[in-house]
Design a protein around this ligand. Structure first.
Ligand SMILES: CC(C)=CCC/C(C)=C/COP(=O)(O)O
Length: 299
């Protein structure tokens, strides 16, 4: 039985796990629900498969028997000689496996670096990790970027707001937060990348899609909210710097807690930044959404 670390990193590096279970149709190597490296959406094939096939039949046989994939009796990743393509695979598909694209290799390398770096940075992933004593502080930071306090806080401020300008800003913040929840849930459900193996699933109130990690919902919210604040609140410079720092540290804390890989957070920041542009483009006002504002003013 391979350790979670070995199988997650091994998959990203193209090293098939030793366990015979990985040859089952649902295993990550077959694109089933896998761990860290893409939840089975990306196939991590052996980089050996990119080598030129041997023409010599002895060499071909040796190569084939050397391959752990072949040994397990599943579909070989490379066809070393003029042997026919395995049943169920068209010759064109076989050729595609022999010539992985530059993009495929780059993506696999990026994922391998991502897993390695995320594991290295996950210093607060458990109480006994090297920075385990900082974990409670990181979890406090986690709550500061959670959807519930932001939604409840915005609704509360809306109910207390007595100016039209304030109401307009808060109404758009509410719209931004809801849009963010929707988009993140949609992408998480589509990509279905599992959280890192070293994560402890002890998060405050989660939705069912939050078992997946791509993209980080905290990172999208941090980027969205801080951009929103910078654009719509008149703040002194130190507070503006604080808003940006909060977003950055919140993103970093997701990796340190072991909740996410670096790419989940990086993409989360990008998505949150772009979500603000959508909100700004669709900005709700009493002119373009009179019904919404009339409804609210009757509350
Ligand atoms: C229940 C509500 C309203 C929001 C869920 C917020 C949440 C738990 C997001 C997950 O964030 P990460 O993807 O960064 O772990």
């Amino acid at each position: 039985m391979p350790s979670p670390r070995r199988s997650a990193e091994g998959r990203a590096l193209g090293i098939p796990a030793a366990s015979s279970s990985s040859s089952s149709p649902n295993s990550p190597a077959h694109g089933g629900g896998g761990g860290g490296g893409g939840g089975g959406r990306f196939e991590f094939q052996s980089l050996l498969s990119s080598r030129a096939p041997c023409a010599d039949p002895t060499c071909a046989r040796l190569r084939a028997s050397e391959s752990p994939v072949h040994r397990r009796g599943s579909v070989p990743l490379a066809w070393p000689g003029p042997a026919p393509a395995p049943p169920g695979l068209a010759p064109e598909e076989a050729r595609m496996n022999l010539n992985p694209s530059f993009l495929g290799i780059a993506l696999r390398s990026l994922l391998a670096i991502d897993l390695w770096l995320s594991k290295k940075l996950g210093v607060c992933a458990g109480e006994h990790s090297s920075w385990g004593s900082v974990r409670p502080l990181m979890k406090l930071l986690e709550i500061s970027g959670h959807g519930i306090p932001w939604l409840l806080g915005t609704l509360y401020c809306l109910s207390r707001s007595d100016s039209w300008a304030g109401r307009e800003v808060l109404m758009n913040l509410l719209f931004a937060l809801l849009l963010d929840l929707l988009l993140v849930a949609l992408i998480k459900g589509l990509v279905r990348r599992r959280r890192p193996a070293h994560n402890q699933m002890d998060m405050f109130v989660t939705l069912s899609v939050d078992k997946y990690s791509f993209p980080s919902g905290h990172a999208t919210r941090a980027a969205l909210v801080s951009r929103f604040i910078l654009n719509h609140l008149v703040l002194a410079i130190p507070l503006r710097v604080l808003a940006v720092l909060w977003a950055f540290i919140l993103g970093l804390s997701r990796v340190m807690l072991g909740r996410h890989n670096v790419t989940d957070v990086a993409f989360g920041f990008l998505l949150g930044y772009m979500q603000y542009s959508i909100v700004d483009y669709c900005w709700l006002s009493p002119h373009n959404a009179p019904v919404l504002f009339a409804l609210w003013s009757q509350q």
